[in-house]
Design a protein around this ligand. Structure first.
Ligand SMILES: Cc1cc2nc3c(=O)[nH]c(=O)nc-3n(C[C@H](O)[C@H](O)[C@H](O)COP(=O)(O)OP(=O)(O)OC[C@H]3O[C@@H](n4cnc5c(N)ncnc54)[C@H](O)[C@@H]3O)c2cc1C
Length: 267
């Protein structure tokens, strides 16, 4: 996430607030491969609501390093960061809940595995996100496990009466869970471990199976980046989905650490 709006974006330059210092308040094991970490800190008071599918940056300050993003004269290099979903925000309690998938070795995944109350963190954002069209009557939500927190936020933002078909790809049945505490959904669960499928393959097959019946629907898609691109191309080129009704974002990329947070499959 850039500190300012890029100069070539056509938007007036806007200074973002510096990342907020927070501490871990609670750690909950939601499922075998998902940990929910709730952060707290006075500076979350003006964090504000995020759009569904919006993101934050978590900044991991190495042990022994002092970093003060509020101090413009602090010359400490910006710590490494990763992109996550601001899933549960409670302004009154100054709390922000983030859900971490344990995908294997990775800075953020490893950090969440060991997280405990009191641990420090810096949080940048929120930014980005999905504007639900008011006239949405049917939407297909396509998510892997990293995008399930965001998918829950999308469900909660849909107009009343909107019909949502949800495809979720996870490792196995142990990862199945409610996407939202307030909105019911009945996802089609796809278990990649069963067939040893590469990440995204089952989502892609499932989309091919239902796409022709959903050519006029809105689509919200977030998963492994190469998979997202294949699904996007298929929907646009073979099904003729209106590009205005298609929102797709790569959340990570196989074999690539710290994948950029702005892959919308358009280049
Ligand atoms: C907008 C947005 C919102 C996101 N929200 C969430 C969220 O709420 N929860 C969440 O868990 N993730 C979320 N992600 C995905 C997360 O940013 C990536 O999974 C990230 O790579 C994790 O960082 P890491 O340090 O653990 O691994 P990295 O150091 O980035 O990667 C290490 C290795 O692990 C691989 N890897 C990364 N993710 C996965 C995966 N899911 N499965 C298999 N291999 C993987 C990489 O390809 C690389 O080889 C989001 C991403 C975006 C863009």
């Amino acid at each position: 996430m850039a500190e300012t709006t890029p100069a070539n974006s056509g938007q007036p330059r806007r200074k973002r607030p510096p990342p907020r210092p927070v501490n871990v308040e609670r750690v909950e094991q939601v499922s075998p491969r998902l940990t929910r970490v709730t952060f707290t800190g006075e500076r979350l008071a003006d964090f504000g609501p995020s759009k569904p599918g919006g993101h934050i940056k978590l900044l991991f300050v190495p042990d022994g390093v002092q970093w003060n993003p509020d101090d413009p004269n602090d010359e400490t290099p910006r710590p490494p960061s990763r992109t996550y979903t601001p899933r549960f925000y409670d302004q009154g309690a100054r709390e922000l809940g983030v859900e971490f998938v344990h995908h294997g070795a990775g800075l953020a995944s490893d950090w969440a595995h060991a997280a405990k109350p009191g641990d420090p963190m810096f949080i940048g954002g929120p930014g980005g996100g999905y504007d639900v069209a008011e006239d949405t009557t049917k939407i297909v939500i396509v998510a892997d496990d990293t995008a399930m927190p965001a998918a829950g936020m999308v469900l909660e933002a849909l107009p009343i009466g909107c019909d949502a078909e949800v495809l979720c790809e996870v490792t196995d049945g142990g990862d199945e869970r409610d996407l939202s505490p307030s909105v019911a959904s009945a996802p089609i669960w796809l278990h990649r471990a069963k067939d040893g499928a590469r990440p995204g393959a089952l989502l892609e097959d499932a989309v091919r199976g239902i796409a022709r019946d959903n050519g006029l629907s809105h689509w919200w898609i977030a998963c492994e980046a190469a998979t997202m691109r294949r699904i996007r191309d298929f929907l646009l080129d073979e099904i003729g989905v209106d590009g205005e009704k298609l929102h797709n974002r790569g959340y990570w990329r196989l074999g690539e650490s710290n994948y950029p947070d702005h892959d919308y499959g358009k280049d």
